[in-house]
Design a protein around this ligand. Structure first.
Ligand code: FAD
Ligand code: DHB
Length: 391
């Protein structure tokens, strides 16, 4: 089998790249290890930056998002039993974010691709990328109990942190930057209307908690838990009790409880593997970098990477101009590092770090108070949260 651009992974990065290239008449094949059902149900991110919303709209993938997505003009920072609102539009020249789940973005992009009749193979696991320093890179993959080869002009690894794209490279080809955090997130989905209109990021001495949502009837909440914690240790009652404790305030606000429909634990990590180009193999999204989820940046970075890469590939395929492709790695990494820093800052400001002492706790509270009382500090949070403009 042959194609121009072989794309490994049908997460947001791979699907959007496939869609953007297909619209420009560039032939692609997307290989996905899992089933369609699995990738459409996997619970992950929920916040789209303004730049992500714009990209999805402009490429014709924003219709249901515009119908069902919830525009959010701010967030609440909650600490010391009090809430403080950060308003986005007034601090960022009118920008805001949207609550529209990653599952829905993925469903919309899969539907568009299948409608267009473009190749998307589920249960097709890439095994290795070969010959990427030649002009004919290949992906070996397994599909329907047989091994196949996909011959390409270019291969893009959009196969997430545990994918094989990055691991096909020799160790000395990559410079890796990494930080692990001594805690994880327990995330739940619950059939109960959200107890708030906007997201609440709560700092508490027992640990961080986040109240998000998926729709007017479905809540999404997260709790900081120990790094080696398992979901078995967390009964529904224990989860709601702990959430109620961490969100408690002095006024009459109350957390609504309801049936939990999904539970999962995510470790927290910062990770960047540079550069993003190795001959004819490109890395994009989580395959190249991970942020801890506190800044809501992971999905948005994946979209930014492939937006830059798609336009560079079009320049090259349609006009023979390789300049943008040569600078893809540098261009994308500038944005990646801004998001790495912001995600690190949000994470360290809001979580209880078992390695820190009372001094660290006081510094966090001071930074939180400064963030909600200084326009300069609030502006910095707001402009990073809504996302800096795509280059
Ligand atoms: P992915 O979405 O990981 O997609 C990669 C795809 O490649 C997957 O479908 C995978 O099945 C496929 N694949 C892997 N290996 C192969 C192979 N060998 N062959 C073929 N296909 C392969 N971000 C937030 O902002 N907020 C959150 O709450 C949040 N929660 C998260 C929870 C978890 C458990 C994880 C892992 C991530 C979370 N993120 C969150 C981050 C965000 O979801 C990711 O940044 C985003 O999914 C990145 O998109 P991607 O397309 O690069 O990678
Ligand atoms: C969600 C996840 C995040 O990591 C975040 O910062 C905000 C919202 C969510 O899943 O809704």
């Amino acid at each position: 089998r042959r194609t121009r651009v072989g794309i490994i992974g049908a997460g947001p990065a791979g699907l959007l790249l496939g869609h953007l290239l297909h619209r420009q008449g560039i032939d692609t094949v997307v290989l996905e290890a899992r089933t369609r059902d699995y990738v459409e149900r996997r619970q992950r991110a929920g916040i789209l930056e303004q730049g992500t919303i714009d990209v999805l709209r402009e490429c014709g993938a924003g219709a249901r998002m515009d119908q069902e997505g919830l525009r959010h003009d701010g967030i609440e920072l909650r600490f010391d039993r009090q809430g403080h609102r950060i308003d986005f539009p007034s601090l960022t020249g009118g920008r805001s974010v949207m609550v529209y789940a990653q599952t829905e973005v993925v469903k919309d992009l899969i539907a568009l691709r299948l409608e267009a009749g473009a190749p998307l193979l589920f249960e097709a696991e890439a095994l290795a990328v070969e010959d990427f320093h030649s002009t004919a890179p290949r992906v070996r993959y397994r599909h329907e109990d047989a091994e196949h080869v996909l011959e390409c002009d270019v291969v893009v690894a959009c196969d997430g942190f545990h994918g094989i794209g990055r691991r096909s490279l020799p160790a000395d080809a990559l410079r890796v930057f990494e930080r692990e955090y001594p805690f994880s997130w327990l995330g739940i989905l619950a059939d109960v209307p959200p107890s708030c209109d906007e997201l609440i990021y709560a700092h508490h001495e027992r640990g961080f908690a986040l109240h998000s949502m998926r729709s007017p009837k479905v809540s999404r909440l997260y709790l900081q838990v120990d790094r080696d914690e398992t979901v078995d240790a967390w009964s529904d009652d224990r989860i709601w009790d702990e959430l109620a404790t961490r969100f408690a305030v002095d006024d009459d606000w109350a957390l609504r409880w309801g049936p939990i429909t999904d539970k999962g634990i995510t470790p927290m990590r910062s990770f960047v593997a540079e550069p993003l180009r190795h001959g004819r193999l490109f890395l994009a999204g989580d395959a190249a970098h991970i942020v801890p989820p506190t800044g809501a940046k992971g999905l948005n970075l994946a979209v930014a990477d492939v937006t830059v890469l798609a336009s560079a590939l079009v320049d090259w395929f349609a006009h023979g101009n390789e300049t943008a492709l040569d600078s893809y790695s540098d261009t994308a990494l500038r944005r990646v590092w801004r998001a790495e820093h912001f995600s690190y800052l949000m994470t360290t400001m809001l979580h209880r770090d078992p390695r820190e002492d009372a001094f660290g706790h006081r510094l966090q509270l001071s930074q939180l108070r400064y963030t909600v009382s200084s326009t300069a500090a609030a502006t910095s949070l707001a402009e990073n949260y809504v996302g800096l403009p795509l280059i």
